[in-house]
Design a binder for this molecule. Structure first.
Ligand code: NDP
Ligand code: 8X3
Length: 253
């Protein structure tokens, strides 16, 4: 029996890899993101290379009414979402807290925390009504530890960690699973976004060691999403072998 997964932020990185991985493994897929051209491209790729059905929803997760309106457009046979993967997120800037850009702070809070809440608030009642469901939140090592100049990004991911625990408690009586996936350093567009298009700087983040790749995290999400009904993977912390915590990375000079 096919399942349905909705993946936010599927236009690149972990979200895109997860959409492809789940599509290859008997899921129909709802993909979301702001970059319509990339959604179209991924939809085409999934349709050409897998047996999955796909729906693309093009919206900014920070826009509460857009989130609601887009979910309301789902055809009836797509409304029973088995797995919601709250992946859309970003870091902006690497500054001490006393000199950070307030606009960057707002974008991170609006996306990583409020956006995750908007879509979850829409989907959770649907899962409760259907009597099953699974929410997978993309947290981070930044949700477990704070590192120098990580301040607001770390705070948003600590919030995701807390919200994951809150969801697990409040949804417990409905049998809905809630999983937190916390990667260390994954080579995606994450650092290009964080350094605002300074791609040379972004590249140096992953120099001198083998980072995680998006596909490594997609495999972990697939694992969590395909456990038997009685098994909930509560929390996965995943590092590249070269990484020991937020600050200790064995980089070759
Ligand atoms: P990418 O930058 O490659 O992907 C981020 C995705 O989020 C894109 O698809 C982007 O789509 C989407 N997104 C960002 N802002 C919005 C928005 N306002 N509305 C809708 N979608 C949005 O980064 P990653 O794949 O690395 O990041 C995915 C998640 O994993 C994030 O939550 C990140 O914090 C987390 N993470 C990443 C780690 C890493 O080292 N890379 C480590 C730990 C956690 P679009 O721009 O088209 O809207
Ligand atoms: C992304 C990983 O270490 O850059 O969440 O915060 S890190």
């Amino acid at each position: 029996m096919k399942k349905i997964a909705l993946i936010t932020g599927a236009t690149s990185g972990i979200g895109k890899a997860t959409a492809l991985k789940l599509a290859e493994n008997n899921f129909d897929i709802i993909i979301t993101g702001r970059r319509k051209n990339l959604l179209n491209k991924l939809e085409k790729q999934i349709k050409e290379t897998t047996k999955a059905n796909v729906i693309s929803l093009n919206f900014d997760i920070r826009n509460k009414s857009e989130v609601g309106k887009n979910i309301d457009t789902l055809p009836e046979n797509w409304e029973k979402i088995d797995v919601l993967i709250n992946n859309a997120g970003l870091a902006l800037g690497v500054n001490p807290i006393y000199s950070g850009e307030i606009d960057d702070w707002e974008t991170m809070i609006d996306t990583n925390v409020k956006g995750l809440l908007y879509i979850s608030r829409k989907i959770m009642p649907m899962m409760i009504a259907q009597g099953y469901g699974h929410i997978v939140n993309l947290c981070s090592i930044a949700g477990k530890e704070v590192y120098p100049n990580g301040n607001i990004y770390c705070a948003t991911k600590h919030a995701v960690d807390a919200l994951t625990k809150a969801m697990r408690i409040d949804l417990n009586k409905f049998g809905i699973k809630v999983t937190s996936i916390s990667p260390g350093m994954v080579d995606t567009e994450f650092s290009n976004v964080r350094y605002k298009g300074d791609n040379e700087k972004a590249k140096t983040v992953y120099n001198g060691f083998t980072p995680l790749y998006a596909d490594d995290i997609a495999e972990s999400i697939l694992f969590a999403a395909t456990r038997p009904k009685h098994v909930n993977i509560a929390d996965m912390l995943i590092f590249p072998t070269a990484q020991a915590n937020s600050s200790v990375v064995n980089k070759k000079k």
